[in-house]
Design a protein around this ligand. Structure first.
Ligand code: TPP
Ligand code: MG
Length: 386
């Protein structure tokens, strides 16, 4: 492991987290070039924060590894949690992928400002994981399908390693539980799951999160997988170096046919506000979504938001126009996004597949206009707001 890899990963991860906090809260001043005021903040900040730092950590390393493997093995990340959409948008904004698809959201200050203003209603994309962007080939939303989808995709795409990013909450679904076991019979399916154990399923404690490392390894060994566990508490360069080394080790084992799961153990929402008004936030349900819902009117929340944004040191990441600079620019140049083959692309006679962005809006629009009024659903633990 060269130290340089950790420096690049740390910069890219910080940039993705920063752009996510912008999207959740800001309407202006997205480079934090002036002192933050109420006018810069959205009227009603909303969206999922808790999954951001861990998902961004995994995506960062996968995109850099795919770049390093370019030409040898395709590495296809798949996001399991639909509510990681803000991470997908941020990663695609930083790396320029989003701007190539939607020029108004290019990788500069104007692009981030427009994206932040649009979120959570980014036209054609919404706030959930979208198939229009990298890592969205499996459309999340309904937890449980990501691992079996990855297995099918890997069987269908030899020469690629498919990497589903699966939360500890998603691991509690029956579909995921049986897909772990089914893997022993799927000869040749190169799947390398990243299990994002942040201790929470939505706002409640997760079952995997209750296991110590010894029991976690034993659990995975019992269902046929070697678990490689990496603890991340701060996102330091040393932690990036450790994850980088574990990822390459796990990749090697995966292509050699030895099922290996990479477990990222972290605290949900880490780097977010630790406490608010004397109440502890970190390690509680409060960080599933953003806890700063009213920074326009609440001076304490505004100052916490300012500190939160500044903690990612945006002036080291971006120049005055919002273009990536230094290690971030180098990381962006090294990133590669790999995709699965698109249905219909193999033969000229195959049915035409519409562009994903317009397809998504067409389906969403149709569902909205045709939906019948229904009685208010009963809210239960698992199916409450996602
Ligand atoms: C089948 C299904 N059941 C319930 C939900 C509601 N839901 C949305 S997110 C979530 C928890 C996700 O936990 P995890 O996978 O650990 O993601 P995290 O936010 O902790 O990163 C649940 C239960 C859902 N989307 N799909
Ligand atoms: Mg979780």
């Amino acid at each position: 492991m060269m130290e340089n890899d950790a420096v690049l990963a740390e910069a890219l991860w910080r940039a993705i987290c920063y752009a996510s906090v912008c999207q959740l809260h800001l309407r202006d001043n997205v480079l934090l070039s002036q002192p933050l005021t109420a006018e810069h903040v959205k009227e009603r900040p909303s969206g999922h924060w808790g999954t951001v730092p861990g998902t961004a950590f995994a995506l960062t390393h996968l995109a850099l590894a795919a770049g390093a493997l370019d030409g040898e093995v395709g590495l296809v990340p798949l996001l399991g949690a639909g509510h990681a959409g803000v991470v997908q948008l941020s990663a695609s904004w930083v790396t320029g992928e989003l701007g190539r698809l939607r020029p108004e959201f290019g990788p500069d200050a104007g692009g981030l400002r427009r994206l932040s203003r649009a979120f959570p209603n980014v036209e054609g994309m919404g706030a959930e994981v979208t198939p229009a962007l990298p890592a969205g080939a499996f459309l999340g939303g309904r937890l449980g399908g990501c691992l079996p989808f990855a297995q099918g995709a890997a069987l269908d795409a030899p020469g690629r390693v498919v990497v589903p990013v699966i939360g500890d909450g998603e691991c509690e679904t029956a579909t995921t539980a049986s897909a772990w076991l089914a893997h022993g019979d799927l000869t040749g399916a190169a799947v390398l799951p990243v299990v994002h154990v942040n201790g929470f399923r939505m706002g409640g404690p997760s079952l995997l999160g209750r296991l110590d490392d010894v029991r976690l390894r034993a659990y995975f060994a019992g269902i046929g997988w070697r678990a490689v566990i990496v603890h991340v508490t701060a996102g330091s360069q040393a932690e990036h170096a450790a994850f980088h080394a574990a990822l390459w080790d796990a990749l090697e084992a995966t292509v050699a046919g030895r099922p290996t799961a990479l477990v990222l153990r972290c605290v949900k929402g880490w780097t977010g506000p630790v406490a608010l008004g004397g109440q502890t936030l970190i390690g509680t349900a409060a960080l599933h979504k953003t806890p700063l819902t009213n920074p326009r009117a609440d001076a304490q929340q505004l100052s916490q938001l300012d500190d939160w944004l500044a903690s990612y040191r945006p002036s080291q990441l971006f120049d005055t126009r919002g273009r990536s600079r230094g290690p971030l620019a180098e990381a962006v140049a090294r990133v590669r996004w790999c995709a699965l083959p698109r249905a219909g692309s193999a033969t000229p006679d195959a049915p035409r597949v519409p562009k994903a962005a317009s397809f998504t809006s067409a389906v969403t629009g149709t569902v909205r206009t045709r939906r019948l009024p229904s009685p208010q659903p009963r809210r239960t633990g698992l199916q409450s707001s996602s």
